[in-house]
Design a protein around this ligand. Structure first.
Ligand code: IMP
Ligand code: MG
Length: 181
């Protein structure tokens, strides 16, 4: 019994995720070498697990903060409308902001968040996403670090949900068709 039995295909294994997160951390460390404070902005809820692992891997000082947006209902299709449900606790002026996302699909959420954060005068805004579905992109928004490019399929696990469930599955997978019935 268990959630993992609802998964038809594993797209990215737990081991591959962990190896890639470590590699991303090395690239990010190499990029942020000045004395400007670094703030990781975790986009809730999907990026919480990625943020936790990436933050632990990073060997440079950084703060974390959280933001939640909504563009989806309970289903698997974007509504196209982005709203802020939870905003950052602190001022980001003069800080390097690194947005931590779970997945870039249409690009609408990311475009909204980057534009919004840029108006607050940070030192820089960059983006690190665990997953990207390039074939689904509607808005061409720049992404600085990508963990894995994946095909056009609705995925769950490692923070990503279907109807708020499956976030705790430790790998990235595609659900069996009967789960949606
Ligand atoms: P976008 O605005 O279309 O780029 O959608 C981004 C957000 O939609 C992500 O942060 C996820 O929360 C959600 N999302 C997009 N694709 C998937 C998926 O395959 N599984 C789970 N959530 C997804
Ligand atoms: Mg979601």
């Amino acid at each position: 019994m268990g959630l993992q039995e609802d998964v038809a295909t594993v797209l990215v294994s737990e081991q591959n995720i962990q190896a890639r997160v470590a590699a991303l951390a090395r690239e990010i460390e190499a990029h942020y070498t000045d004395d400007t404070p670094l703030l990781l902005v975790c986009v809730l809820k999907g990026a919480f697990m990625f943020l936790a692992d990436l933050s632990r891997q990073l060997q440079i000082p950084h703060e974390i903060d959280f933001m939640e947006t909504s563009s989806y209902g309970a289903g698997t299709e974007s509504s196209g409308v982005v709203r802020i449900l939870l905003d950052l606790e602190r001022n980001i002026e003069g800080r390097h902001v690194l947005i931590i996302e779970d997945i870039i699909d249409s690009g609408r959420t990311l475009q909204y968040i980057t534009r919004n954060l840029r108006t607050r005068n940070p030192a820089s805004v960059k983006v690190c996403t665990l997953l990207s579905k390039p074939s689904r992109r509607v808005i061409d928004v720049p992404v600085d670090w990508i963990g894995f490019e994946i095909p056009d399929a609705f995925v769950v696990g490692y923070g990503l949900d279907y109807a708020e469930v499956y976030r705790n599955v430790p790998f990235i997978g595609v659900l069996k068709a009967e789960v949606y019935e």
